[in-house]
Design a protein around this ligand. Structure first.
Ligand SMILES: [Zn+2]
Ligand SMILES: [Zn+2]
Length: 450
């Protein structure tokens, strides 16, 4: 029997694009299959699209994992995937996975990933062998026993994974935070991981920077406080109020609905966001839908709107009526302002939507549009990721034998006193005890320089 070996095949020093491959006894388990998100140099975009996984691999946007993707020859019945949550930087490569490979995820993540293409907000993943992981219930896969443990993140159904394997125990955090509406989930994961006594903890470090900055440690606007902060903005808004949210964060859309109701306005969502919310919550979140883009609606969205008899407003109907509404207006729909002709004093509330900030070239363009239409920008953010000090607190609870930073631009800056850290080298394979392995199929005697 061979001991488990592991490799961070992608995402050790990037934010997202995480792919961790574990191997033991000829079996393999892949934790997350993320797309890399680099808006400053997207490599592929809406004009230049990859033809398949080979294009992504050739351009360094996907790792080579034999037997996993559709372009590869040969079926490997001893290969499986476990996904932490529905964000594309963790599951964006799923459309390229062979339909014979089992893919585990929580029920909520599965519901989201199924509803997204129906809403027109994500790629089709219909042919995959999707399997539901019940949180806390161990799943046997060859020599691996994997268990999903729920955590709090800015999307429903997010989980961490605990993996027991021959010769080692490995824990993977996925993305998590302590300032969401369910911090107790993340704490419970930390305690459960502590009891699991992991040899290796793969921990996300999104907000860790090489040099500490006030931005990464600023007092956090928690998810709970977000609706109140929004209501205060809206209360004093003299004219139109527009908002950009992340449609997949349906809990945030729910908070938006509360805030809008609190200030006596009505909520108008784009059709895909309205559909996705209803698919996840079984309720309608808005009083009307913003039309003008009907040609882009999917059949599922059209059918749902017909059944709901929700009014569809054309942008020009909002002219002179803005004060009664809060209108979801994503970047892609900014042209609606040409027809709305916003009154003076309008607000654009940016709540963790795309473009995400000045690091994205589209941000400067957003500012230009706001300037042209005289609409004031308010950023109202509640991050999906733990602050560096919260990460340290979690690490102190878990006490892994090795910390392996992932999902961060500054792996060397993530850590806690007395916890050994392993900074992975590209392409390198390791054992559970942090030693260099000769390869995924090798035995685990390892090298001298762990
Ligand atoms: Zn992520
Ligand atoms: Zn995430």
């Amino acid at each position: 029997m061979s001991h488990v070996c592991w490799q961070v095949a992608q995402g050790a020093d990037t934010i997202g694009g995480t792919v961790i491959v574990l191997a033991a006894d000829g079996w393999r388990l892949v934790l997350d299959l993320g797309s890399l998100y680099t808006p400053a140099q997207p490599v592929f975009d809406s004009r230049l699209r990859p033809r398949g996984i080979r294009d992504l691999q050739r351009l360094g946007r996907a790792p080579v994992v034999p037997g996993l993707f559709t372009d590869h020859q040969g079926v490997d019945s001893r290969l499986a995937v476990a996904i932490s949550h529905a964000h594309f930087d963790h599951c964006g490569l799923l459309p390229y996975v062979r339909s014979t490979v089992p893919v585990w995820m929580t029920a909520e993540t599965r519901r989201l990933l199924t509803a997204l293409p129906d809403a027109g907000l994500g790629p089709e993943i219909g042919a995959l062998d999707l399997r539901t992981a019940c949180p806390g219930e161990p799943i046997r896969w060859g020599p691996f026993t994997l268990t999903a443990v729920l955590v709090d993140h800015d999307v429903a159904g997010a989980c961490a994974w605990l993996v027991e394997a021959p010769g080692g125990r490995l824990a993977y955090s996925g993305d998590l935070r302590l300032h969401g509406r369910r911090p107790y989930l993340t704490w419970a994961f930390a305690r459960r991981a502590r009891d699991f006594q992991p040899d290796v903890l793969f921990l996300e470090g999104t907000r860790v920077r090489a040099a500490p900055s006030p931005e990464t440690e600023q007092p956090e606007l928690g998810e709970e406080a977000w609706a109140g902060a929004l209501a205060r903005c809206l209360e004093t808004a003299p004219a139109g109020a527009y908002i950009a949210v992340y449609p997949m964060h349906t809990e945030r859309v729910q908070a938006l609905q509360w805030a809008v109701r609190m200030v006596g306005r009505r909520l108008m969502l784009t059709a895909p966001t309205a559909y996705l919310y209803a698919a996840m919550h079984g309720q309608v979140a808005c009083s009307a839908v913003l039309g003008g883009d009907e040609d882009t609606w999917t059949p599922a969205v059209r059918q749902w709107l017909t059944a709901q008899r929700l009014p569809v407003w054309l942008p020009q109907q909002l002219h002179g009526q803005e004060r009664a509404w809060v209108v979801e207006l994503p970047y892609e729909r900014l042209t609606a302002w040409v027809d709305i002709r916003p009154a003076d004093g309008g607000l654009y509330i940016h709540a963790d939507a795309n473009p995400g900030g000045p690091f994205d070239p589209a941000w400067a363009n957003l500012l230009h549009w706001l300037d042209v239409f005289g609409v004031r920008l308010i950023r109202l953010s509640a991050s999906g990721h733990a602050t560096p000090s919260d990460l340290q607190a979690l690490l102190t609870v878990v006490q892994p034998r090795w910390l392996v930073p992932v999902h961060t631009l500054a792996p060397a800056a993530l850590g806690a006193p007395h916890i050994r850290r392993l900074l992975v080298q590209p392409g390198q394979v390791y054992t559970a005890s942090g030693q260099v392995c000769n390869g995924m199929s090798e035995r685990s005697e390892g090298g001298p320089d762990g």
